[in-house]
Structures are given as structure tokens and as C-alpha cells.
Design a protein around this ligand. Structure first.
Ligand SMILES: [Zn+2]
Length: 317
């Protein structure tokens, strides 16, 4: 029996046995298969597999009730790029006409696909540790418009949410996109602690030209870390990586004019963008590795649907 990794790459060294990810063939118990169509059902459908050794066709019972893989993939990629539910649902409909693959989904199905994926993403990132340390981190704030309600409590009536972004510079790993209602020392500290927990180490240097609150939070939280607060005026040649990151983020779901109703919906959007950026988007300056590969995370998924299959196999749901 040949064991071939269907994700087809040499970089990944699987940390779990292949049986975790793939349904073995009922005849030979092997996992050398090709995908062979989709068996639709009321609740979604099942991926059909064909064994490459003996030709047995069988169901991949991985994710009961999941939507068609191409629909999930389409919804998630559109969501990362624009974010609005109604055009995504319309897009699926027109795409299914073009490709003659029937799929009609509602706005609430779009929402369900997104929030289901988000649940998996939250657990998955915690499973991995960063093998490579980055001596330099950068931290910066950005603002995102929020929808204002009439007759709202004065205290809650802010026009913007704040997003604190922290990035490990060398591997370009976007550690944290922490959404808070406003600027505040306690929020800034939470963001930094979250970054340290996620990475599993503290950096040698943290660069910050943001608010005084943010600088104070760095000094209090990262006692052994050197705080570098040089502004761009003092040192023209410093390439501020966070600025580049902001441009990327703004081109994704978190466009400058995009408004959010709640902290939760913005946090979800930010984390899904962050996950896509870290795990699914090859980076030119990293020789087409993803930031996650650059910090030494070994993972077997390259698409949203692979990710959901993986999450199901390792039992996060
Ligand atoms: Zn077989």
C-alpha cells in the first residue's frame, strides 16, 4: 500500500497519523484515494472517494451536514475579500448557473458557514506551537467604523472600534487582531498577553509608534523586552511592517469604510482574515511559504475545506 498525502506537498510533515485526516478504504484499509464526486443529501452531502489500489468507491463520512465543498470554499474566500453576506449568496447562485452545479443558499446559510468555520479556526490555532522565534514584534492600532444606533446609551456611543494588531516581523506572523470598544490600558495589555500566549515566547524588541497607552502596556506587560518607539520622522529607513500589514488588511474584509454592528462580528472578521493570512496565503518574501510554515507549524491543509476536514478528524467539533 502506498501512502500518498493527497494535499501533495513535501513541506508538511504530519504530526498526526494520516488516518486522522482521511477515511480509509473499507476493502484494503488504505488511504490512497482520489476524490470522486459529491453525493448530495438534504442536509448537504458527502464526499465520494475512490480507492487508487482496488477501485472501491466509498463515502467520506467526515463532515455530516456540511455544504458542498466548492460552496464553502467560495463563501469563505468571498468573505475574506469583501464580507457582505447578500452578494456572497448571490455569487453562489450565479456561480452555480455558470458551472451548472445547482446550489442556492440564503444569507443565513452564508452566516452559518462563516461562523462554523470560525469555531474550528479558534480551536485549531491553539493546537500549534511556534518553533521559530522572532526577535522583533511590531504593534499598532487601527480603527474600524461601527454602525451607530439611535437612542443608544451615551457611553456605548462610539463611532469606531479599535483593533490592536501585533505581528512577529521576521516570519510575518500576524499574532493578534484584538478588537476593543475604545483605547484603554487594560485592552492594550490583554492584546499583548494574547500575543505572548499564542506565540509561546516574548520578543527581544517590540516596535511601537502608536498611542502612549499602547507604549505603556508594552512596558508593563513585557518587562524583559526592549521597547523601540522611534517614529518614522526620526528614522526614515525603517520599514514599518505593520504599515504593510494594514494595507493588506484594508484590502481584505476590514476595508476602511466597512462598518460593523458589534465587537463580536468584527472580531470574527479580523480573526478569519488573520487565519487566512497566516495559514492559507503564501507569502512572496517567505519564498512562497505561509507565515505559519515560517514559524515552524506543520499543518496539512491548504484550503478552507481541507481545514474543516482536518478539524473534524482531530475532533474539534
Ligand atoms: Zn482500497
Amino acid at each position: 500500500m502506498t501512502t500518498k498525502n493527497p494535499f501533495d506537498n513535501n513541506i508538511v510533515d504530519l504530526t498526526f497519523p494520516l488516518e486522522f485526516y482521511f477515511q480509509p478504504c473499507p476493502t484494503c484499509n488504505g488511504i490512497d484515494f482520489t476524490k470522486s464526486g459529491w453525493a448530495p443529501s438534504k442536509t448537504g452531502g458527502t464526499q465520494r472517494l475512490k480507492c487508487n489500489v482496488d477501485g472501491t468507491r466509498y463515502d467520506d463520512n467526515a463532515i455530516p451536514g456540511m455544504n458542498k465543498p466548492w460552496v464553502v470554499e467560495y463563501v469563505m474566500n468571498q468573505y475574506i475579500n469583501s464580507g457582505h453576506y447578500a452578494p456572497i449568496a448571490r455569487g453562489v447562485r450565479s456561480q452555480s448557473i455558470v458551472d451548472k452545479r445547482a446550489a442556492y443558499i440564503s444569507k443565513s446559510t452564508v452566516h452559518n458557514i462563516i461562523s462554523n468555520t470560525y469555531e474550528q479556526v479558534k480551536f485549531i490555532e491553539r493546537k500549534f506551537f511556534h518553533a521559530m522565534y522572532s526577535s522583533d514584534w511590531e504593534v499598532d492600532d487601527m480603527f474600524q467604523r461601527r454602525v451607530r444606533f439611535e437612542n443608544q446609551d451615551e457611553k456605548l456611543n462610539y463611532r469606531h472600534f479599535k483593533v490592536t494588531n501585533i505581528i512577529a516581523v521576521k516570519p510575518r506572523y500576524w499574532l493578534v487582531a484584538h478588537v476593543t470598544p475604545r483605547i484603554g490600558l487594560k485592552y492594550a495589555k490583554t492584546a499583548i498577553v494574547e500575543a505572548v500566549l499564542r506565540a509561546g515566547y516574548s520578543p527581544l524588541v517590540i516596535r511601537c509608534d502608536g498611542s502612549r497607552t499602547l507604549r505603556n502596556a508594552c512596558t508593563i506587560t513585557l518587562v524583559d523586552t526592549k521597547l523601540d518607539t522611534k517614529t518614522k520622522d526620526e528614522e526614515f529607513n525603517i520599514v514599518n511592517y505593520d504599515e504593510i500589514l494594514h494595507r493588506i488588511v484594508r484590502s481584505m474584509n476590514l476595508g476602511k469604510t466597512r462598518r460593523f454592528f458589534s465587537i463580536e462580528s468584527l472580531q470574527r472578521a479580523a480573526d478569519l482574515c488573520r487565519f487566512h493570512y497566516n495559514f492559507l496565503r503564501p507569502h512572496q518574501t517567505l519564498h512562497n511559504l505561509t507565515p505559519a510554515m515560517a514559524v515552524g507549524i506543520k499543518y496539512p491543509f491548504r484550503t478552507w475545506i481541507d481545514l474543516l476536514t482536518y478539524a473534524h478528524r482531530v475532533g474539534f467539533d
